[in-house]
Ligand binder design. Structure first.
Ligand SMILES: [Zn+2]
Ligand SMILES: [Zn+2]
Length: 129
């Protein structure tokens, strides 16, 4: 039994995808804004992927009532942890066959795989990062 008490003020909410406490709460909506800003360099990719990200945001919208406060926008919208969200984005980037340079850049900017046992491990194996 882990007795470590993170905070008495803020209840810990779990990520809707991986069920781990969201410890680095940047909400998918804030991340999408940053991803969109980055993708201005790649207008074609942006046009392809933004509708998918917006659809995802829409899908999780009704789960947001009970979620962690985002450290950026301060809304209680971090229902999905940054890792799971960026994992989803990476998958979508691969689906539309984004090239290695794009994938590498994405992982440089948006790598939330702090334990290094998720997508960054895979990317390393593929020689992307
Ligand atoms: Zn998660
Ligand atoms: Zn936010």
């Amino acid at each position: 039994m882990i007795t470590k008490n993170y905070s008495d003020l803020e209840p810990q909410f779990l990520c809707d995808v991986c069920s781990i406490a969201v410890t680095n709460p940047i909400c998918p909506s804030c991340l999408t804004q940053e991803i969109e800003a980055w993708l201005t360099l790649y207008p074609n990719l942006r046009n392809e992927i933004m509708p998918k990200l917006n659809k995802y945001l829409y899908k999780i919208e009704d789960k947001l009532a009970d979620s962690t406060e985002c450290i950026k926008c301060k809304n209680k919208r971090a229902a999905v942890c940054p890792y799971c969200f960026t994992d989803f984005v990476l998958m979508e980037l691969k689906k539309i066959r984004a090239n290695r340079i794009v994938l590498k850049e994405f992982l440089e900017f948006f790598n939330f795989d702090f334990d290094h046992d998720g997508y960054s491990k895979e990317a390393e194996k593929l020689g992307i990062i």
